[in-house]
Design a binder for this molecule. Structure first.
Ligand code: CA
Length: 750
């Protein structure tokens, strides 16, 4: 009896969403809130929702307190289009009014059996996949009972990634499963291209020619320690029964706890995608690389057709005063993280991926739509797991309008979040290379921005909205908007220029952008291929563009071998100097920001507060001006002698040249990093040689241009006048040297 009263009561209130009911707006709103409060009081705290499998029986539980009737349906296949498709059984489920849960137990070994719920609620009877599904058939339409122990690849019990101690030690490479290997240039076998299993291939080389490493072998040598993978839960925009020419980023969830089927070798068998996703993760772990999963709990593919709405109509989504779906996400619907059962769902789901799939971090899409309590609850839940405190969390903390009174996890509320929940720093992103939203606008590296904005970025927005570096993600490009190189093309050469052509001044700008981001406080982050001038031909929103547009062209490893080497060198520098990776304010407190510089000359010095046998003082100067700059080193107890480890051409932890004095000349478009000579010699820090270090040679040979390529001796010398004369005897170079001398002479006269 109690059940019926509640169900009807809730139903009446949910009907208040209809336009007719909203005519009496105040009453509707009152009812509407009451409904959610009532339903929240019925929240179920058990951990057995969904299909809980044993060899002897499977228990099915679904929370649906507004339903009048729920039927369990069992099928032989994931869709009716498959051979042998049939409805195996159906039965009414039992309702427990105290918990709002409908349940049923089926005897026997049901592994591999597909199932749905037929829910009668809100005056409609609709069939739905399970909100808590762990496995699904093609296109996620039917859920599947799964014996997860059979989905584990060999050695899975021993799989572990030594997660970094502080999330600011992460250097993240953001990649899409398909982008990674769809191109033939990836050297991945044809059958695995664009699939989970591409990540499991070792020994892959450029175009399969056996010379230049690609894919996971390449990443290992690059030195990044995490990949962030664009959504690989089951999403709706790609037809899994269709062909591989389809492409979508996948920000349109269907089943949150099931891997996407189109990346698997068989989307029909619910076991295969699970096993292959785990194989991908295990392979990355073997390479020493952690996996950050891009999760999109803020909206679904289609609210009305979603399992959430079919199971408890209205409850899981935010609505405005007129009863329309709230649309802060821009995707047609916003989920309601503040409601008890969606909050629980997010917590359960994240925990599930961490435990079952060994995920090492989570990137929350449009985190600014979630409430701060839910985000903190997720943090606590992860912290309670083994090694869980090291699981990375960050998200898009944009300030967005959505229909809720809850405190939202946006940049303005970072102080309410755990210090191990970070946010993307759009400040440094735009300061470095210009606004994301205006293709032709430049930033600091193009010589039109300001050093002040870069400074705020380097300090991890702690002068702005971020409480400390662990709460900031520093980046200049991600999957959204133009790639870094495309942005440089559009802003310098114009939107109609050839995005795939190499241009030396843009390569220099790209290098300076990398210096800005990889010397910044916070988590380091880059779009996959940023380090090889990846292009999407200026496409700033390629979410459903062609595979060809989106895929990484690994041939760029040859075309931009110098840039790749530069990134690798910068990563080496970052990893060798603990102040870059400090998670609290200690490093920033020990920084000197140079004030006596021009608008387009930015410099700072770190003093290492840690007793870690690394370099003591580190100076970084970037000059994006058209004129060379004489920079006076600032700070107390300055040493006389310095060792240059990064200049325009070369980056790494090895000595390029030495410098003595307290005024250094930095050429137009050049970055410099130097460390004090005494600690440099004492530390004995040496680069770990990898294939990237010889990429120039390999690339030169590949190009048939080995003879033309300058050797390293020449490359290391661009910061002085003498080496110019020694290195390049071409008229242009000598001319530049004379010009420089004259400029310097003129300057000194002042
Ligand atoms: Ca799918």
């Amino acid at each position: 009896m109690q059940k019926k009263a509640l169900a009807v009561g809730a139903l009446a209130m949910i009907l208040a969403f209809s336009p007719v009911a909203s005519a009496v707006n105040n009453d509707a709103e009152l009812n509407f809130n009451k409904t959610y409060e009532q339903l929240d009081k019925l929240a179920y705290s058990g951990d057995d929702l969904g299909a809980v499998y044993t060899k002897e029986s499977t228990s099915f539980k679904v929370w649906a307190p507004t339903a009048e009737r729920v039927k369990l349906k069992l099928y032989s296949t994931g869709s009716d289009k498959e051979d042998g498709a049939k409805l195996v059984a159906e039965s009414d489920m039992d309702y427990d009014a105290a918990s709002g849960v409908w349940s049923s137990t089926a005897k026997g070994n049901l592994a591999g059996t597909y199932y749905t719920y037929e829910v009668t609620a809100d005056g409609k009877t609709r069939e739905t996949n399970d909100v808590y599904a762990k496995a699904a058939g093609v296109n996620g339409e039917r859920s599947m009972v799964c014996d997860l122990s059979l989905s584990n690849p060999d050695g899975w019990e021993k799989d572990s990634f030594k997660r970094v101690n502080k999330q600011t030690e992460a250097i993240v490479w953001e990649v899409h499963v398909k982008d990674f290997s769809a191109s033939e240039s990836s050297g991945v076998s044809e059958k695995n291209r664009g699939k989970y299993l591409a990540f499991t291939e070792t020994g892959t080389t450029l175009n399969g020619e056996g010379k230049i490493k690609t894919c996971v072998d390449y990443l290992k040598d690059m030195g990044i320690n995490y990949v962030q993978i664009n959504p690989f839960y089951d999403y709706g925009s790609v037809d899994e029964s269709g062909d591989d020419s389809q492409f979508n980023w996948g920000y349109d969830p269907i089943n949150y706890n099931v891997p996407e089927g189109s990346y698997s070798s068989d989307p029909y068998d619910g076991n295969v995608r699970i096993k292959e996703a785990k194989e991908m993760i295990a392979a990355l772990h073997r390479a020493g690389i952690g996996v950050i999963m891009d999760v999109v709990y803020n909206h679904v593919f289609d609210a009305e057709k979603s399992c959430f709405d079919k199971t408890v109509p209205g409850y899981y989504f935010r609505h405005d005063d007129s009863g329309n779906l709230s649309n802060g996400s821009g995707c047609g619907n916003d989920t309601a993280s503040e409601r008890a059962m969606y909050r629980k769902y997010m917590v359960d789901s994240v925990k599930y991926w961490a435990q079952e799939y060994h995920i090492d971090g989570f990137r929350f899409d449009l985190m600014g739509l979630h409430d701060t309590k839910t985000m903190n609850d997720i943090r606590s839940a992860l912290d309670s797991l083994e090694d869980g405190k090291k699981i990375i969390m960050y998200g898009e903390a944009w300030n967005m309008s959505t229909s809720t009174d809850s405190e939202l996890a946006n940049q303005g509320n970072m102080y309410s979040l755990n210090t191990r929940i970070g946010a993307f720093n759009d400040g440094i992103r735009d300061a470095v290379k210009g606004s994301n939203f205006n293709a032709t606008e430049g930033g600091f590296v193009q010589g039109v921005g300001s050093r002040v904005a870069v400074k705020n970025g380097t300090a991890a927005a702690t002068m702005d909205w971020s409480p400390q570096p662990s709460q900031t993600v520093s980046y200049s490009s991600c999957h959204d908007n133009m790639t870094l190189y495309d942005k440089l093309v559009a802003s310098v050469l114009g939107e109609d220029a050839d995005y795939r052509a190499r241009d030396e001044k843009l390569v220099d700008m790209n290098k300076m952008a990398a210096v800005s981001v990889l010397t910044a406080q916070g988590i380091s982050f880059m779009l996959a291929g940023e380090e090889m001038a990846r292009s999407k031909d200026g496409d700033h929103n390629s979410y459903k563009s062609s595979v060809e547009e989106n895929q990484i062209d690994w041939n760029n490893l040859v075309k931009y071998s110098d840039l790749v080497k530069y990134y690798k060198g910068l990563i080496d520098i970052r990893k060798s100097y603990s102040p870059f990776m400090c998670d609290d304010m200690a490093a920033i407190d020990n920084m000197t920001f140079y004030k006596e510089t021009g608008k387009l000359v930015y410099g700072f010095m770190y003093e290492n507060p840690n007793n870690d046998k690394q370099w003591d003082k580190l100076v970084c100067i970037m000059n994006s001006d058209k004129e060379s700059a004489e920079v006076k080193l600032e700070g107390e107890n300055l040493p006389d002698d310095w060792v240059v480890i990064l200049n325009r051409d070369s980056a790494g932890v090895d000595k390029i040249s030495e410098f003595s004095g307290d005024v250094i000349s930095v050429q137009p478009g050049e970055s410099l990093i130097m460390v004090d000579k005494q600690s440099f010699e004492k530390s004995g820090i040496k680069a770990k040689e990898t294939s990237i270090d010889s990429l120039d040679d390999a690339a030169g040979a590949e190009n048939g241009k080995a003879d033309e390529a300058p050797d390293d001796g020449d490359e290391q010398s661009s910061s002085g006048v003498l080496p110019y004369i020694m290195g390049g005897l071409g008229i242009a170079v000598v001319g530049a040297g004379i010009f420089y001398l004259v400029r310097r002479w003129l300057k000194n006269r002042d």
